[in-house]
Design a protein around this ligand. Structure first.
Ligand code: ITT
Length: 192
């Protein structure tokens, strides 16, 4: 079965390809000649994940997967959440985002946070969402150079290293995104 993953991010395609058994071909939007940047106009990850999936499904009429992720910090009432990529203004400016996060948490001892991913799967007769969460805390100074985004500030529960100090395999073994993908993979493998 052919499935379009509504992203042009190669890492995400590889990640899910490894989890889903044979019999499924997961392909990026570019494979179908779609190159547009779908506006993420929702106010929740659930909405944005659904917007991306519905937009692409309406165009292709084949099964589609889309995901949306973010960091939720308890002391900031769940912020930056759905706005994680543009917390400091400019989309994807990770240095500025991390600086702003540290600034907002200055003097705050309660630093619990979680990464969350919501995946939407849509076909002609199904629409279903899966969530993946990893709990942890925000440290007070960046550590490590691997990964991306808030990784140098996030230490997952039960560990003493940040995501940016872990190998890709180790991070993928516990990340929010792989947890959500695993649920989707289980669902799809059961449909066969
Ligand atoms: P696409 O929508 O184009 O796939 P994106 O950068 O918006 O790319 P996400 O929706 O997955 O990707 O994530 C939104 C932001 O949340 C991202 O820019 C990071 O700031 C943060 N984030 C998500 N997953 C992360 C992770 O595993 N490690 C660190 N930061 C992460």
């Amino acid at each position: 079965m052919d499935i379009c993953f509504a992203t042009n991010n190669k890492n995400k395609i590889e990640e899910i390809g490894a989890l889903i058994h044979q019999g499924f071909s997961i392909r990026p939007m570019s494979f179908y000649n779609l190159h547009e940047d779908i506006p993420e106009t929702g106010t929740t990850m659930e909405e944005n994940s659904r917007i991306k999936a519905v937009t692409v499904h309406n165009k292709l009429r084949i099964p589609v997967i889309a995901d949306d992720s973010g960091l939720e910090v308890e002391a900031l009432y769940g912020a930056p959440g759905v706005y994680s990529a543009r917390f400091a203004g400019e989309h994807g400016n990770h240095t500025a985002n991390n600086q702003l996060l540290l600034q907002k948490l200055e003097g705050i001892e309660h630093r619990n946070a979680r990464f969350r991913t919501v995946i939407t799967y849509i076909s002609d007769n199904t629409e279903i969402q899966f969530e993946g969460i990893v709990e942890g805390e925000i440290i007070s100074k960046e550590r490590g150079s691997k990964g991306f985004g808030y990784d140098p500030l996030f230490v997952p529960k039960g560990f003493d290293r940040t995501f940016a100090e872990m190998s890709l395999e180790e991070k993928n073994g516990l990340s929010h995104r792989s947890r959500a993908f695993e649920k989707l993979a289980h669902y799809l493998n059961e449909q066969k």
